[in-house]
Design a protein around this ligand. Structure first.
Ligand SMILES: [Fe+2]
Length: 273
């Protein structure tokens, strides 16, 4: 399959049913695994600290009425670095620019590349949004299922982007939108997909999305950067630096252009997935 040409370049999302069969994480990353290997580790969810063992217990007893705390964006490289080989190979292979050594750390500005999400029944990502820095997104369900609500970029006029934060929608209840406050959202055309355990969803930059969890769930998330979203990523990086220092912004942009040109040179001969 010519994944880049058929899906990445035209901005089409895709569900891959078998890709994660290559991951050692599939069948391994279960609530029992995290409880028994990392049970005493603690981390914060919405201002409250939970041990991993505590959280694994909560996601299994979670209900619609009382959802377990949902931890998303937990950085695997920091929390569980030894588990990184469990989620290889990379979906974009060597075309993934976040994986190349040519990409300087300063340019990524804290981008979390590999994330794990722990959630239980009734939990949901709290708001409809577009992912930061114009990165593409991969989510793989390693345990349990997850429901996705997706709206293509051409539906942005119906999404009510927040004036002060246009990557987040002002619609506060996607499942039961207020027709008086958000009449256009009621006309938006989106997609609803239940991602099953073992499946991987890819959606390109610009797609609005949020999720809902029907039961205990462990997901792996990966940000993706390639030739197509490189210019927008670089512009975003420039704008981010500009808030701190105009000089640093210009330097980051110039370095980014050079890195991009070098990566362009190395890519035509690379095999496609
Ligand atoms: Fe997201």
């Amino acid at each position: 399959m010519d994944f880049i040409r058929e899906y990445v370049e035209p901005g089409r999302p895709l569900i891959l049913t078998d890709f994660a069969k290559q991951y050692p994480a599939l069948g391994k990353w279960t609530p029992h695994f995290f409880s028994s290997h990392y049970g005493s580790l603690s981390h914060e969810v919405k201002g409250v600290r939970y041990s991993i063992a505590e959280q694994m217990g909560l996601i299994q007893t979670s209900t619609e009425e009382k959802p377990a705390p949902y931890s998303y964006n937990l950085n695997i490289d920091l929390a569980f670095p030894e588990l990184r080989p469990d989620v290889e190979p990379l979906l974009l292979g060597r075309r993934d620019r976040l994986a190349t050594r040519l990409l300087l750390r300063k340019l990524t500005r804290g981008t979390i590349k590999h994330e794990v999400f722990f959630g239980g029944k009734g939990a949901s990502f709290p708001y409809l949004h577009v992912d930061l820095q114009h990165l593409h997104t991969q989510i793989t369900q390693l345990y349990g299922d997850k429901e996705f609500f997706l709206f293509p970029p051409d539906q942005t006029p119906y999404m009510y982007p927040k004036p002060d934060y246009p990557l987040v929608s002002a619609v506060d209840n996607v499942f039961n939108p207020d027709p008086v406050r958000f009449p256009l959202f009621c006309q938006a055309k989106g997609h609803r997909e239940m991602l099953k355990e073992g499946e991987t969803i890819f959606f390109p930059t610009g797609w609005w999305h949020m999720t809902r969890i029907p039961g205990p769930s462990i997901s792996y998330g990966r940000a993706l950067l390639e030739r197509g979203n490189w210019p927008a990523y670089l512009k975003d990086t420039y704008n981010g630096w500009k808030q701190k220092s105009a000089l640093m912004a210009m330097a980051a942009y110039a370095i980014g252009r050079c890195c991009g040109a070098l990566m362009d040179l190395g890519e035509p001969a690379l095999p496609l997935i």
